[in-house]
Design a protein around this ligand. Structure first.
Ligand code: PLP
Length: 239
């Protein structure tokens, strides 16, 4: 596919997804601007990711730190914000933080400690983080169990980190009804944690290409959308 066609197709996809996000928000009594679309670029090259930014998407997500570094070094549109949405190994923290991404995937107390040390060294504004909740109950999946989250919130987070909310993924292969129930559980968990610990967990990062409408119905403020945005551009076997 030529660069021009790819640009056109990505702009169409972006506008269609934005419309669907706006419709879902309104349908559930929410404002369109309460939901931020994080365009997940893990399937594509930096050149293709740039086309999504050019179409108007100013929040990009990567699930692997090395890929975030690579793309963040080659895309330098003003106002662009990065999001790390996959597991962050402790030895990758130092190179990741200078890009000041939101880190959606805080999944252990050890990561919190390591992040805090590096963020303090880096200085500047606190690093924005979300606690990843294991909602599917699948022990093999990443994310914090409820007792771990409660333990983390039982004392203030270090000043170098700012906890913005919770992140969750529906279990693999769950149907829409089950995804929606899992997202509703996250919303309820947010409410009970806020009450119990007197914290504010404004952001809910949940919903992907296949289930963002259900996530928005249950209060998602950040939806992480990849394949839908690159339809018609990706090799069919990765779609
Ligand atoms: C890949 C990925 C997404 C995007 O998934 P799509 O189904 O392609 O929209 C969202 N969140 C995480 C954590 C991912 O790894």
């Amino acid at each position: 596919m030529s660069e021009l066609n790819a640009a056109q197709r990505i702009a169409e996809n972006w506008n269609a997804v934005r419309q669907e996000v706006a419709d879902a928000a309104r349908l559930h009594g929410r404002r369109e601007d309460e939901v931020t679309i994080v365009g997940v670029t893990k399937y594509v090259t930096p050149e293709i990711a740039q086309l999504l930014v050019d179409a108007g998407c100013l929040h990009l997500g990567e699930n692997r730190p090395q890929m975030l570094w690579q793309k963040a070094e080659s895309i330098s549109t003003p106002g662009l914000r990065w999001h790390l949405i996959g597991h962050l190994q402790r030895n990758k923290i130092r190179r990741t933080l200078p890009f000041r991404p939101w880190i959606h995937s805080v999944d252990s107390e050890r990561v919190v400690e390591a992040l805090s040390v590096e963020a303090t060294q880096l200085g500047g504004e606190p690093i924005d983080v979300l606690l990843e909740v294991n909602i599917s109950g699948d022990a093999t999946k990443t994310g914090l169990a409820l007792n771990e989250i409660r333990h983390l919130l039982s004392k203030p987070l270090p000043d170098s980190l700012r906890c913005r909310g919770l992140m969750a993924m529906a279990g693999l292969g769950t149907d829409m009804d089950e995804s929606r129930r899992q997202f509703a559980n996250v919303r309820q968990l947010r409410e009970s944690l806020q009450q119990e610990f007197g914290v504010t967990l404004l952001e809910l990062s949940m919903g992907m290409s296949g289930d963002f409408v259900e996530a928005i119905a249950e209060g998602a403020t950040l939806v992480r959308i990849g394949s839908r945005l690159f339809e018609g551009v990706l090799d069919p076997k990765t779609e």
